[in-house]
Design a protein around this ligand. Structure first.
Ligand SMILES: Nc1ncnc2c1ncn2[C@@H]1O[C@H](COP(=O)(O)OP(=O)(O)OP(=O)(O)O)[C@@H](O)[C@H]1O
Ligand SMILES: [Mg+2]
Length: 263
């Protein structure tokens, strides 16, 4: 479904500020894989997602979606196949538009051209039904401006917008990190439900190791631009947070600061 082949990304190449964000990363996601990605700050997690989304072009290597080489395609050219939710609740939605206008925009993204734009009665019904699944009462507030919603409500809406056009690939970059524990838990649960319901192939970055172990079907650990651990469902189900910390210690040597990972 999604394949990254020996992908390298270097920022400020040839200058004193050169940063190798990804160093020969190879990762294959089969349809329905739900991979959680952990790693310390600067490990290359967001860069990996940006390469998959087409927001960044790799220096070397290849990105393939469903067998098609998309390495040279920009993010908007992959938008029908790839959806994403960011860490910042303000990033995924248009604050000055209403809930139903935001949903209509996301809905049309996945459809072929020529379909009627705007919010019809039928669409409004569909939106209300979808919003009701979030259990936040947003179905009664279709005409409310999204800027009036709380961060947790906006993340839940972003997630709905990202998933209901049924992309092939869902990219989540610490999308629960800015939320209070209760809302983070809600959005994590909604994520698992949406991935299951729409059979999405998913990459989810998180600093919460407990969440990384609980959610998904596979776990990848990154360090210094490389994948240093790749656990399948079976190995993941047996792994514990101390196991993951131990793996980090091995690669980083002594003196790992747990808080970097657990924050
Ligand atoms: N746009 C950019 N310009 C220059 N350097 C960048 C850029 N984006 C990332 N980097 C560098 O690439 C490396 C990897 O960054 P990346 O954002 O992928 O890390 P991350 O694993 O997502 O970290 P975090 O957990 O802090 O979000 C870092 O050294 C970072 O400084
Ligand atoms: Mg990041």
């Amino acid at each position: 479904m999604l394949r990254l082949d020996d992908v390298t990304k270097i920022f400020f190449a040839g200058t004193a500020n050169e940063r190798a964000a990804l160093q020969g990363v190879t990762l294959t996601l089969e349809p329905g894989d739900f991979v959680t990605v952990i790693g310390s700050n600067g490990a290359g997690k967001s860069t990996l997602l940006n390469i998959a989304a087409g927001k960044l072009r790799p220096e070397t290597g290849q990105v393939t979606i469903d067998g098609k080489d998309v390495t040279a395609l920009a993010d908007h050219q992959r938008a029908r196949d790839v959806a994403r939710v960011f860490q910042d609740p303000m990033a995924g939605t248009a604050p000055h538009m209403t809930i139903e206008e935001n949903l209509a925009m996301a809905y049309e993204r996945g459809k072929s051209r020529g379909l009627r734009r705007g919010v019809t009665a039928a669409k409004r019904q569909l939106f209300a039904r979808e919003l009701a699944t979030l259990e936040l009462g947003l179905e009664a507030r279709l005409k409310a401006k999204v800027g009036m919603l709380s961060g947790g409500q906006r993340q839940a809406l972003s997630l709905l917008m990202a998933t209901f056009s049924e992309p092939k690939i869902l990219l989540l970059d610490e999308h629960t990190a800015a939320l209070d524990p209760q809302r983070a838990e809600l959005v994590a649960r909604l994520t698992a439900e949406a991935v299951e319901r729409h059979h999405l192939t998913t990459l989810m970055v998180t600093h919460n190791m407990e969440q990384a172990l609980r959610l998904g079907t596979r776990l990848v650990m990154m360090h210094a631009g490389r994948i240093i651990l790749d656990l399948d469902a079976e190995a993941k189900s047996r792994a514990t947070v101390p196991d993951l910390l131990h793996e980090f210690e091995k690669i980083k040597g002594a003196g790992l600061d747990d808080r970097t990972m657990l924050q």
